[in-house]
Each structure stands twice: as structure tokens, then as C-alpha cells.
Design a protein around this ligand. Structure first.
Ligand code: 13P
Length: 339
């Protein structure tokens, strides 16, 4: 392991005014996205859509790294250029989702999930490195309304095992424990569960000797569940998120790159910007958004080649808004000047 090299990559992933594009939807998740815009979920359509983002020079200025799905990291653009090369040419770092989804955790409560993919990971990582990946992602999924210590421990331990293996192969692990926002729990329940999860994750990283200078943390923000009776203000989300992270995340971690988790595009941006405006924490804070970066370009594209320019403009707009949010410099009036 070369910790210096890992740290340089981690720092670049969270460089000011830039953040991460999570374009690592599995084929099944892409089907949902393509269905929503009336496009067939074929390999070529997935390629065309992702290619238009990676070729969007202006948007990619705000994108430090791109998380790819296994299919995409081996794919070529229409003209034969590897998609990974397009990302590198745009000055961005290719990354790879290495988890293999989730399943019911045997022996745990019904509905508690464990993330799969540790078996054989030591064989896959060097191949991904050779293909250009310099960071990876592994997502653990926690339902705040259905959690046991056994489930939490198993997920935190798997995250640490994954992080450890990535570093052995000089790949920066994005450590992603996602507390879901789909239920009806209030914001304080999200806070309490996230605190418990983060404490356990950093404990397991410590036990497995994972140097924190060589990771990036990808947490959820502290928001109430989508079905909660009471939603929270931007200030409350920003303050509670900063507070829980300060209580749990050592300052050796270079940066925090949030998932959007089902927040609206604009709220995901507003929350990030407000946190950076408040400041007073030791890490960089930026985005690692999937839906909150891609919903607009997907809609603008609609599977038609004549819409590529409009899709790139929509992607550029969201990337720029989030780039500003990573500096605490976004405000709602900027949204009206949409591309
Ligand atoms: P969302 O921003 O859509 O939550 O996706 C981020 C991600 O990579 C989840 O694993």
C-alpha cells in the first residue's frame, strides 16, 4: 500500500468546487431510470447516455471523479475510445462500484440487508486498477426503522474488510454506510441511527488498521424520512449533519462526499451549500450524487441523439450548482439562470 498516493487521490476527489458523479447504477437500476424516460434499457443506450455525460467538457470541470459500474469500465464510446479515457481526458478520476448489491442477512431480522461482494474482491481489484480505477465504492444499506446490532456490526465489518482490501491494491475506498430516507421516521431518529452506524464503522476501520488518510466517507445527510409528518428546514439538516459528523468522524479523513439518497435536486444542493457556508469542520465536504445530478439530464435526453446538447446543458447546470455548493456559494437565485 502506498498511503501517500492514496491520500493524493482522496484529496483530489474532494478538491474545492468539484465532487463525484455516481454513474454506477446496476443494469437493474438503469432499467428503472430508462423506463422513466421511455427508453429501452439496452447496452448501447446505457453507453450513449453515459458517454454524453463524460463528453460534457463544461460539466466535467465540476466532477473530480466518476463511479462506474462494471459494464461501463470495460465499455468503449461509439468511436471506439474507452469510456475510462474520456473521463481521464476530462481531468477526472475513474472509480468503480465493487459491491455486488444486497441480500437478506441470514439469521438477522427480516428485512435487514447485508452487502455482497467480498469473495473474490482481491482478484477483481488489480484488474480494475489496471483499467484505470483509482477509487472504489461499497454501499451498506441501513433501514433506520429496522436495525439490530448484529446487522449493523456485519455491515460495518464488511465495509472495513472492503476498505482494507482496496488500500492493499492502491485503490481509495469510498466508505458508504447509507441510512435510508424512505420511511416515516423523524429527523432525530435519522440522527441517532446515523451516529450509531458511524461510530461502529470507524471502530471497525480502526480494528482492521485502515489508515483514514486514504479513504473518503460517503454518508447520508441527517434528514427525516420522506414519509415523516414533519420535514426539516435547510438549516436544521445542515446543523444536525455537521454535528453528528463532528461527533463521529476523525479529522484524519480527507473528505466527506454525500449521497443524495432521494432528496430533490435543489434540496441536495441547498443542504450541501449551507453546510459549507457554516463551516468549522476539519474535512472537505462535497457531493457524490447519483439521482440529484442525473435526473435532469436523463429527462432532457429522452434517448434522442438530437437532445444530447440539451442533456449536456442540464448536466452542466446541476454540476455547476453543486460545485458552488461545495464552496458554500450556491443560492436559489442561481437556479433561475438555468442553462
Ligand atoms: P444517490 O445520490 O442517487 O443517492 O446515489 C448515490 C450513490 O452512489 C448511492 O450509492
Amino acid at each position: 500500500m502506498n498511503l501517500d498516493a492514496l491520500n493524493k487521490v482522496a484529496e483530489a476527489m474532494v478538491a474545492p468546487s468539484r465532487g463525484i458523479l455516481a454513474a454506477d447504477e446496476s443494469t437493474g437500476t438503469m432499467k428503472k431510470r430508462m423506463d422513466a424516460i421511455g427508453v429501452d434499457n439496452t447496452e448501447d443506450n446505457r453507453r450513449d447516455y453515459r458517454e454524453l455525460m463524460f463528453r460534457s467538457k463544461e460539466a466535467m470541470e465540476f466532477i473530480s471523479g466518476v463511479i462506474l459500474y462494471d459494464e461501463t469500465i470495460w465499455q468503449n464510446a461509439k468511436d471506439g475510445t474507452p469510456l475510462v479515457k474520456l473521463i481521464e481526458q476530462a481531468g477526472s478520476i475513474p472509480g468503480i462500484k465493487v459491491d455486488e448489491g444486497t441480500r437478506q442477512l441470514a439469521g438477522a431480522k427480516q428485512g435487514e440487508l447485508i452487502t455482497k461482494g467480498l469473495d473474490g474482491l482481491d482478484k477483481r481489484l488489480p484488474k480494475y486498477y489496471e483499467q484505470g480505477a483509482r477509487f472504489a465504492k461499497w454501499r451498506a444499506v441501513i433501514d433506520p426503522t429496522n436495525i439490530s446490532y448484529a446487522g449493523l456490526l456485519a455491515n460495518a465489518h464488511a465495509l472495513a474488510r472492503y476498505a482494507n482490501l482496496c488500500q492493499e491494491f492502491n485503490i481509495v475506498p469510498i466508505v458508504e454506510p447509507e441510512v435510508l430516507m424512505d420511511a416515516d421516521n423523524d429527523i432525530d431518529a435519522t440522527y441517532a441511527v446515523t451516529e450509531w452506524v458511524l461510530k461502529e464503522v470507524f471502530q471497525q476501520l480502526y480494528y482492521l488498521n485502515v489508515p483514514l488518510e486514504g479513504i473518503v466517507l460517503k454518508p447520508n445527510m441527517i434528514v427525516p424520512g420522506k414519509k415523516a409528518a414533519k420535514q426539516a428546514s435547510v438549516d436544521e439538516v445542515a446543523e444536525k449533519t455537521i454535528r453528528v459528523l463532528k461527533a463521529c468522524v476523525p479529522s484524519a479523513v480527507p473528505g466527506i462526499a454525500y449521497l443524495s439518497g432521494g432528496q430533490s435536486d435543489e434540496l441536495a444542493t441547498a443542504h450541501l451549500s449551507r453546510m459549507n457556508e457554516i463551516g468549522g469542520f476539519p474535512w472537505k465536504m462535497t457531493f457524490s450524487y447519483g439521482r440529484a445530478l442525473q435526473a435532469a439530464p436523463q429527462k432532457a435526453w429522452g434517448g434522442k441523439s438530437e437532445n444530447v446538447g440539451a442533456a449536456q446543458a442540464a448536466f452542466h447546470h446541476r454540476a455547476r450548482m453543486n460545485g458552488l455548493a461545495s464552496l458554500g456559494k450556491w443560492n436559489a437565485s442561481l437556479e433561475k439562470q438555468a442553462a
